[in-house]
Ligand binder design. Structure first.
Ligand code: NAP
Length: 228
C-alpha cells in the first residue's frame, strides 16, 4: 500500500504536534512546518517515537515563494491531507479588547492567520488529488464574539470564510474542524489536552463523509455522534 502524506503548518506545537503524532502512529508520512526549527525538531522526536519518519521544514506561511518551494521539495507524489494550523494570537485570550488592539498586531495576525492560510491552501491544492482533504482548524470565537480576543477572532472568521470559498471552487474537500478549547501556547494552556482532539482530526480526514465536511464545520459533537 502507498504511504499517505499529511503536511502540517503550525506543527511545532499544540494541535499540530498532536495530530502529527497520531498520523505517524498510523504509518503516515508527516511533513512538519513552522518557523522554529528547534520546536519542529522536538515535534519530530515525538513523531519518530510514534513510529514515523518526519520531514522537518522550517517555513513562514506569510512567504508564498517559500510555501511553494517547500511543497515542491517535500511532497513525494501527492499530498493527501493538509492541516494548515499555523496561527498567532499575540496576547492572552480575553486580554485585548479590539479598541485597544495594537496596529502592529493586527498586521501580524491577519498576515499569518488569513494571508498565510490563503497562501498555504492556494499552493498546496495543486499537489492534492481530488479526494484530498484540507482541515482548517477554527473555534467558536470565529462565530460568537467573546470579549478581549483582539483581531484573532475576526481572523478566524476570515479563515472559515476562506475554507468555504475554496470548498466551492475546488474539487478537493475543504472543511473546518472545531476542536473546542485546547490547552496550547495559544490559549495559555487552558482546555483539553491536544492529544484528546487529535482523533477528531483523524476522523475528519479519514472517516467523516466528504459532503459533511466540504465547506462545513465539524466538531466534537459531530465526531462523537458518528463514532459512538
Ligand atoms: N487551542 C485552541 O483552543 C484552538 C481552538 C480552535 C482552533 N485552534 C486553531 O488551531 C491551530 C493551532 O493552534 P494551537 O492552539 O495548536 O496553537 P499553537 O500551539 O500556538 O500553534 C500554532 C503554531 O503556528 C506556528 N506559526 C505561527 N506563525 C507562523 C508562521 N508565520 N508560519 C508558520 N508557522 C507559524 C507556530 O510555530 P512557530 O512559532 O514555530 O512558527 C505554532 O506551531 C490554530 O489555527 C488555531 O487558531 C486552536
Amino acid at each position: 500500500m502507498t504511504t499517505q502524506t499529511i503536511l502540517l503548518t503550525g506543527a511545532s506545537g499544540g494541535i499540530g504536534t498532536a495530530v502529527a503524532d497520531a498520523f505517524a502512529g498510523d504509518g503516515w508520512r508527516t511533513i512538519l512546518c513552522g518557523r522554529s526549527r528547534e520546536s519542529l525538531e522536538s515535534t519530530a522526536e515525538t513523531v519518530s517515537e510514534a513510529g514515523g519518519t518526519p520531514v522537518v521544514r522550517p517555513l513562514d506561511v506569510r512567504d508564498e515563494d517559500a510555501v511553494f518551494d517547500t511543497l515542491l521539495e517535500t511532497i513525494p507524489e501527492t499530498l493527501d491531507v493538509l492541516l494548515p494550523a499555523a496561527a498567532v494570537m499575540p496576547h492572552a485570550p480575553g486580554e485585548r479588547p479590539l479598541d485597544e488592539e495594537y496596529y502592529e498586531d493586527v498586521r501580524t495576525v491577519l498576515d499569518t492567520n488569513v494571508y498565510g492560510l490563503f497562501t498555504v491552501l492556494r499552493e498546496a491544492l495543486q499537489f492534492m488529488p481530488s479526494d484530498g482533504r484540507v482541515l482548517v482548524p477554527s473555534g467558536s470565537v470565529a462565530r460568537d464574539p467573546k470579549p478581549g480576543m483582539g483581531t484573532y477572532a475576526p481572523s478566524k472568521a476570515a479563515a472559515e470564510a476562506l475554507a468555504r470559498g475554496f470548498a466551492i471552487d475546488v474539487d478537493q474537500t475543504v472543511g473546518i474542524v472545531d476542536p473546542g478549547l485546547v490547552a496550547t501556547a495559544l490559549t495559555g494552556d487552558t482546555g483539553r489536552d491536544p492529544t484528546d482532539v487529535a482523533e477528531l482530526f483523524q476522523w475528519a480526514a479519514l472517516e467523516c463523509p466528504a459532503e459533511k465536511l466540504d465547506g462545513e464545520i465539524v466538531g466534537l459533537r459531530e465526531w462523537k455522534q458518528a463514532t459512538r
